[in-house]
Design a protein around this ligand. Structure first.
Ligand code: SAM
Length: 453
């Protein structure tokens, strides 16, 4: 691969005697990884049901390398949201932002959701995640990935960070800024990025990175934590950004990134708490991360627990009798035909461009309620009355994912079918989507845009 000359000079300066080793890392193939979605399954249980040869990513508790002929994107478990395909170093930022269930979390540059899906899993359904991306088309992909992962306590927005900061001053306990950058850490994986660097190098990103950090500072609660990450090596986009922010905001201080891993390198320019990940030091691509804490403590104004508001249409109320999940404290919003459930902590702000507010339960059309794909993904098998659980090896599973009609086997006929006819189709115990019983056939209600191609 041809690396830009100016870039090589900068890297030689940055790495000193390690520069040659860095160049040699281009001779190694990039690693492929998957991250287990702990909102749905533990890594231990996943290892028992997975068919591939997986090896643990040593610094990520739920991360694995897969090798050889494995194609995890074409497996029913992928469609059940059991894992996300992700380059191993890119798993680091979300795993080192200390998110706990109940936190209010913001992912400011979230598309396509590689980190947002992990942040949602760490919330374990409590608190909420605002996932934002300025690009509306990329935010569409982000929404799909969050829904596939089964995240229900989400707001998905496509908004300018300055406007978000107006709407949510000191609004979040934890914030991730995974900033747009010159992508130097990805050159081995995608050689086009090296060519693109010549047109848009570090200078092209420094300004937007500073603006993102300033907006994130405004939105961080006292006592809250902010993690800044990039997939680039340049000092201008990394340490210099953080040092400038610390200078302008004395209420911020750097925190060590924990748990530490032996392959991490400390940040430069005296910012030793930050972490640099180099492809010649670790089995992954290049990354940078810095964790900051805002001083003080946040006095939670005794926020009233939201009373169940908004009446559900009777068709939806009737359907929800089959769902064994406690929606008390939730707010129900009806917009046009669609019905959303918002968890108690979630606030919708006026004037913000949202793609999703809470969990889309479904829609009422011509007097009938149709449950959504997002609802199926957010449920556990035990939370729905009528279930058809197919093995991932059963040919009907892929038929279902392709949108085809599937038939019941004699032993499944009648048995657990209810009068309403809605069935939750699962594979190996994990929901894939809904189908409606019509005689001995199941009418396929799998979301067309998500079909197995
Ligand atoms: N966090 C994502 C993940 O793990 O899948 C990757 C994020 S990518 C490095 C940076 C993202 O920032 C891009 O999706 C881009 O559209 C978005 N972006 C660029 N400028 C932005 C801005 N001013 N505000 C919010 N997002 C922005």
């Amino acid at each position: 691969m041809k690396l830009p000359e100016k870039y090589c000079l900068e890297m030689r300066k940055l790495l000193g005697e390690d520069y040659q080793e860095y160049l040699e890392s281009f001779g190694q193939p990039p690693r492929s990884g998957l991250r287990v979605n702990t909102l749905k399954i533990s890594p231990e249980r996943f290892l028992k049901i997975s068919e591939w040869d997986l090896r643990a990513v040593p610094w990520i508790p739920n991360g694995f390398y897969y090798e050889g002929a494995a194609s995890p994107a074409r497996h029913p478990h992928y469609y059940a949201g059991l894992y996300y395909l992700q380059e191993p170093s890119a798993m680091t930022p979300a795993s080192r932002l200390p998110v706990s269930p109940g936190d209010r979390v913001l992912d400011l540059c979230a598309a396509p959701g590689g980190k947002a899906t992990e942040l949602a899993a760490r919330l374990q359904g409590r608190g909420f995640l605002l996932a934002n991306d300025i690009s509306a088309s990329r935010a569409g992909g982000l929404l799909k990935n969050l829904e596939l992962a089964g995240a229900a306590n989400i707001l998905v927005a496509s908004e300018d960070p300055g406007r978000l900061a107006e709407a949510w001053p000191e609004g979040f306990d934890k914030i991730l800024v995974d900033a747009p950058c010159s992508g130097e850490g990805m050159f081995r994986r995608d050689s086009r990025m090296a060519a693109y660097w010549e047109q848009a190098g570090p200078d092209s990103y420094a300004e937007v990175q500073a603006r993102l950090l300033q907006a994130a500072w405004r939105m961080l609660r006292p006592g809250g934590k902010l993690l800044y990450s990039t997939c680039t090596f340049s000092l201008k986009e990394n340490e210099e950004q953080i040092l400038k922010l610390l200078k302008n905001h004395p209420d911020l201080s750097p925190e060590p990134v924990t748990p530490y891993f032996e392959g991490f390198e400390p940040g430069k320019l005296g910012l030793s708490e930050a972490v640099r990940i180099y492809p010649h030091k670790m089995p992954g691509e290049g990354h940078f991360l810095a964790l900051l804490k805002k001083s003080g403590t946040f006095e939670a104004a005794s926020e009233p627990v939201r009373k169940r508001k908004g009446t559900l249409p009777p068709e939806a109320e009737d359907f929800l009798k089959q769902v064994r999940r406690d929606f008390s404290g939730y707010e129900f919003l009806c917009h046009k035909e669609q019905i959303y459930a918002l968890c108690p902590e979630m606030e919708i702000k006026k004037g913000i461009r949202f793609l999703r507010t809470g969990l889309l339960l479904g829609s009422v059309r011509r007097g009938r309620f149709e449950p959504s794909q997002a609802l199926a993904m957010a449920l556990k098998k035990e939370e729905f009355d009528s279930v058809l659980d197919l093995s991932s090896a059963d040919p009907r599973t892929v038929k279902y994912l392709k949108g085809e009609t599937i038939s019941l086997l004699p032993e499944q006929e009648g048995g657990r079918a209810r009068a309403s006819g809605w069935q939750l189709i699962c594979t190996d115990g994990f929901p894939l989507g809904f189908a409606k019983l019509a005689g001995q056939n199941l009418k396929n209600k799998y979301q067309p845009g998500w079909r197995w191609q």
